[in-house]
Design a protein around this ligand. Structure first.
Ligand code: GLN
Length: 226
């Protein structure tokens, strides 16, 4: 059984645990809430949940987990959702005053709270490449979500594989300039780079377990360059 850790310091970690338990009848998975170094050492992969990225980083630092998490990220599968997506990035625009710590797992830049405050939360139907039944749209739930503003390619890193974009018809009203260009990076909402997965939305808040299944497969199938 793959042991999938969920960083359980703040945010929506229980919802991820529930989502993993729900799919455990189809795929062998053992969820583990991670709060200590010992917990982390048991994990085959790790989910960094949504919540508040600066708070999660602060608590990780207090628990002596920040550097170990960076080390873990260098070699093991990690999935960041929303705040977790910010933590997985290598650079953040609009960081908390005084700067914020990142895990630096994926070569992209995100703008924190880029779609505006909580009241500007929205949902969007997403066609996601690689999910089971891909034509059946996945409901993306965006809550104070980060916006991907740049994909920074790096020759020594695996390629960035975009697996979901916002449909052109669903452009949040908070977008600073119109999004009418197919290639606008702000449309990218789910992306995989090597054994890292990033979603700017919250799959754990839906009843649809396909993203969790996708990540568990990433953890059990040895990574082959995509
Ligand atoms: N805006 C939050 C942050 O900075 C993320 C919000 C979320 O995870 N729903 O971490």
């Amino acid at each position: 059984k793959a042991v999938i850790g969920i960083l359980a310091l703040q945010g929506a970690f229980v919802e991820h645990e529930t989502a993993l338990r729900k799919i455990s009848s189809q795929i062998k998975v053992c969820p583990l809430l991670v709060r200590t170094l010992d917990d982390l050492a048991k994990c085959d992969g790790l989910i960094v949940p949504g919540g508040e990225s600066t708070t999660i980083a602060l608590l990780a630092n207090l628990a002596g987990l920040l550097q170990p998490l960076r080390e873990f990220t260098k070699t093991k599968p990690v999935w960041g959702t929303c705040a977790g997506a910010i933590l997985l990035a290598e650079a953040v625009e609009n960081p908390k005053k005084g700067g914020q710590e990142l895990l630096n797992g994926m070569t992209l830049t995100v703008a924190r709270n880029g779609w505006g405050p909580q009241v500007d939360s929205f949902e969007a139907p997403l066609i996601v490449e690689g999910l089971q039944d891909p034509h059946n749209a996945f409901t993306g739930i965006f809550i104070r979500a980060p916006v991907i503003t740049a994909i920074n390619s790096s020759p020594d890193q695996p390629p960035m594989r975009v697996i979901a974009r916002l449909p052109l018809g669903v452009v949040p009203k908070s977008a600073s300039t119109p999004i009418d260009n197919e290639d606008d990076p702000r449309r990218i909402v789910a992306v995989q780079q090597g054994n890292h997965l990033l979603t700017t939305f919250h799959p754990e808040l839906t009843k649809d377990g396909r993203f969790h299944e996708y990540f568990v497969r990433m953890c059990v199938v040895p990574f082959l360059s995509c």
